[in-house]
Design a protein around this ligand. Structure first.
Ligand code: AHM
Ligand code: MG
Length: 336
């Protein structure tokens, strides 16, 4: 069978779904994928590329920036500035949106990303990745500001993530299911390796940072206690726990074999609104998970329906296998 490259996949998508996959959107995805190949190469070189360690600065969230965080951000900015497909970019690593320089044409899309997710895993050779989300620039807006990015996740036109792991993979949705591509390093191109990823509705695997247990709210305490009680508890079966600490890797496991991923708002992070960010973590992952048949809530409502108030807003996250996400959401709502 002939291998289907990302380029071919996108061209075919453009023919089949011209209403969504416009030529500019196709170019945008290709440019992001190309930038991710460059990031993948830098990650792969590791200590040999002198890319490990901190730069000595903090980002808008007050987190220490790693060399690879900053480098990945620059790679994505430079790749996306000149193509004419974007109106502006925003990133976890920048306080404010990055305008397209005046010397370049502007397009109708907004790109928002976490250039390198799983920062705490960079220096220890554990999987990390890039998360991105594409929105339409509001009509008539020539100089987008942060406010123009504040659109609910249901308005995303594309979402994707990469995992720089044993192999580099790219997972993508444009609202017509989820496809997975694997980087063929010899050819230098992403090759389609799975169409229509589906998350099983039921699962016996969960992911949560259990060191926060003492900070959890009662609905999360109850849900996890029931899972941990195993076969002799109310759930009547044993559950297994996995926590990579890189959302991209934890979500990819769930896309592959099911599971539920949780980062609830708890007493430790309540003043910040949560741990994970809405626009470039929860929304793109929520879109992908829903497109694969799973569910994504903040504990009470669908993540994609939450109207953002700020570019770097945080939110509680419960996503993955539908029946488990619905159960823990019902515990929060008091309906179960
Ligand atoms: P980052 O974008 O700065 O890397 O932070 C997000 C990451 C997620 O990938 C992961 O799920 C979470 O932070 C891990 O948090 P913890 O440190 O509680 O394990
Ligand atoms: Mg992140």
């Amino acid at each position: 069978m002939t291998a289907i490259s990302l380029t071919r996949f996108l061209l075919e998508a453009q023919r089949e779904h011209p209403d969504v996959m416009t030529p500019d959107l196709r170019l945008l995805v290709e440019v992001v994928a190309r930038a991710c190949k460059t990031i993948s190469n830098a990650v792969n070189k590791g200590a040999l590329g002198n890319v490990l360690g901190n730069v000595g600065t903090t980002n808008v969230q007050g987190e220490a920036q790693k060399k690879l965080d900053v480098l990945s951000n620059e790679i994505l900015l430079e790749a996306n500035e000149w193509g004419g497909h974007l109106a502006a970019l925003a990133s976890e690593e920048m306080d404010e949106p990055h305008p397209i320089p005046n010397r370049f044409p502007k397009g109708e899309y907004l790109l928002v990303f976490d250039p390198l997710d799983g920062s705490s895993n960079i220096d220890v050779n554990v999987s990390i990745g890039t998360i991105f989300s594409v929105l339409r620039c509001p009509e008539g807006v020539r100089e987008p500001t942060a406010d123009d990015f504040l659109q609910p996740g249901s308005r995303q036109v594309v979402a994707g993530y990469t995992v720089y792991g044993p192999s580099t993979i790219l997972v993508l949705t444009f609202g017509r299911g989820v496809a997975c591509f694997t980087l063929d390093r010899e050819q230098g191109s992403f090759v389609l390796t799975q169409r229509d990823l589906r998350i099983p509705e039921d699962t016996s695997e969960y992911a949560i940072n259990a060191s926060n247990r003492r900070h959890w709210d009662p609905p999360v305490q109850r849900y996890i206690a029931e899972l941990d009680a195993g076969r002799t508890g109310p759930r009547g079966r044993d559950f297994n726990m996995r926590w990579v600490g890189s959302m991209v890797a934890d979500v990819h496991r769930i896309l592959t074999r099911g599971g539920i991923f949780m980062y609830p708002v708890d007493a430790k992070c309540r003043d910040k609104g949560g741990r994970l960010r809405l626009l470039y973590e929860a929304n793109p992952m929520g879109f992908i998970v829903e497109q694969a048949g799973g569910a994504a809530t903040d504990g009470r409502q669908r993540i994609l329906d939450v109207p953002p108030q700020a570019l770097h807003q945080r939110i509680g996250v419960f996503l993955g296998s539908r029946n488990e996400v619905e159960r823990v959401t019902a515990y929060h709502l008091g309906t179960a």
